[in-house]
Design a protein around this ligand. Structure first.
Ligand code: ADP
Ligand code: MG
Length: 389
């Protein structure tokens, strides 16, 4: 993306007045995958890629919006019964904007009309949550120019509702939460049951977070996502016959599970095993980060990938190739798929001195194996949604 000054000028040219500027980050989940909708733990961080929104208020109730990435403009009226396009949820980009406006203009906040100009350097559909970055940047812009303020957690919950009801994705709270509440140089441990969180200092020494975009996204992702949610619910139902009082897989300890796992059909047992062990890995990972034990942190990342591949079965050939290639390189502590799976990105922890070699080698070998040159980002942890000057 070009500079903030360019964005200011583009807004001025389009709408004929000066804007305020807002932005929200994409994210990468370091560990804790498919645990969010099981009321478990996740550990994302905001990345150094952001979605920017220039915005100015209007005297009426109209929202006019332009997305540079889509090279398309849209407009609509704020109203109590604002609906998704054609009355049904879809991934059409305008639905994210309509959903955010509809879900924020509620009991907590009152919005006015606005002109918006969107531009982003978060890759779309790469598993780095460009959708939550868009929602958070648009939401914060609309609130700010309407002179509304409030708890960022309430904003995140409204954004999640927008994604459910307007984009039709039944996502957990992680993406909107980190886009709103991320802190520079910290990962964010989120308890997806209580919605409490802890900022965990990202003490990586000379190591860096390296993200490899596989460049693929297989069509079965959303269908399989819903199947996994149903399998976990079925696991809880069956386990509850022996462990009365459990509400979700979050409530099951590994030792308890190992004793009764044989009552479950094979696929369900493996799904549950992933979620239960992954929650434990998150706890160990936070501890390892606090101690600066990168070797152990990396081992947990790699174990998470193995569990997602074998037990949860949400990896794919391209992600497995990227992880395998990464683990073969010098200076790599750990590697795993990140995000929902069936494509998207991997996250790797790599010693700074080895990164150039890593990028060259992994790009070359992945292109040879899969015919795609991967996009590779090296990133620190950024702050969440904000106004930019
Ligand atoms: P991810 O969140 O992993 O990037 P999603 O499918 O959840 O993938 O979200 C991508 C969708 O979000 C895009 O197809 C588009 O509809 C919307 N989107 C994201 N960023 C922008 C943007 N800058 N302008 C317009 N729409 C965007
Ligand atoms: Mg998304």
């Amino acid at each position: 993306m070009a500079s903030l000054e360019t964005l200011r000028l583009q807004f001025q040219q389009r709408y004929g007045r000066a804007p305020r500027l807002f932005s929200a980050p994409g994210r990468v989940n370091l560990i804790g995958e498919h645990t969010d909708y099981n009321e478990g733990f996740v550990l994302p961080m905001a990345i150094e890629r952001r979605t920017h929104v220039a915005a100015a208020p209007r005297a009426d109730r109209r929202i006019r919006v332009f997305s540079q990435e889509m090279n398309e403009a849209a407009e609509f009226e704020l109203s109590a019964d604002l609906q998704p396009l054609e009355g049904k949820p879809s991934g059409a980009w305008v639905n994210y904007v309509r959903g955010v406006a509809a879900c924020l203009d509620n009991d907590w906040f009152t919005l006015g009309g606005a002109d918006l100009f969107i531009t982003s350097d978060v890759p779309l559909g790469a598993g780095l949550s460009s959708s939550a970055a868009l929602e958070a940047a648009v939401g914060f812009a609309l609130l700010s120019v309407s002179e509304q303020s409030g708890s960022l957690l309430n904003v995140a919950l409204a954004l999640q509702k927008a994604e459910h009801e307007f984009a039709g994705t039944q996502c957990g709270i992680m993406d909107q939460y980190i886009a709103c509440l991320g802190q520079a140089d910290h990962a964010l441990l989120i308890d997806c049951r209580s919605l409490g969180c802890e900022n965990v200092p990202l003490q990586l020494g000379e190591a860096r977070i390296v993200i490899c975009n596989s460049g693929v996204r297989h069509a079965l992702a959303s269908g399989e996502y819903n199947t996994r949610r149903a399998e976990c619910a079925e696991g809880v139902r069956r386990l509850a016959q022996h462990l009365p009082g459990i509400q979700s897989l979050r409530d099951v300890a590994i030792e308890e599970f190992d004793q009764i796992a044989q009552i479950l059909p094979d696929a369900i047992r493996r799904r549950c095993n992933h979620v239960i062990t992954e929650n434990t890995r998150v706890a160990y990972a936070v501890d390892a980060l606090k101690r600066g034990d990168l070797a152990f942190f990396g081992k947990l990342m790699t174990a998470s990938h193995e569990s997602l591949r074998h037990d949860y079965e949400v990896s794919c050939q391209e992600l497995d190739v990227l992880v395998k290639l990464a683990l073969r390189q010098p200076g790599v502590y750990g590697a795993r798929m990140t995000g929902g799976g069936f494509g998207g990105s991997t996250v790797n922890l790599v010693e700074a001195a080895h990164i150039n070699f890593f990028v060259e080698k992994v790009s070359h070998e992945y292109a040879k194996a899969c015919g795609i040159t991967p996009e590779i980002l090296i990133t620190g942890a950024e702050g969440g949604v904000r106004e930019d000057q």
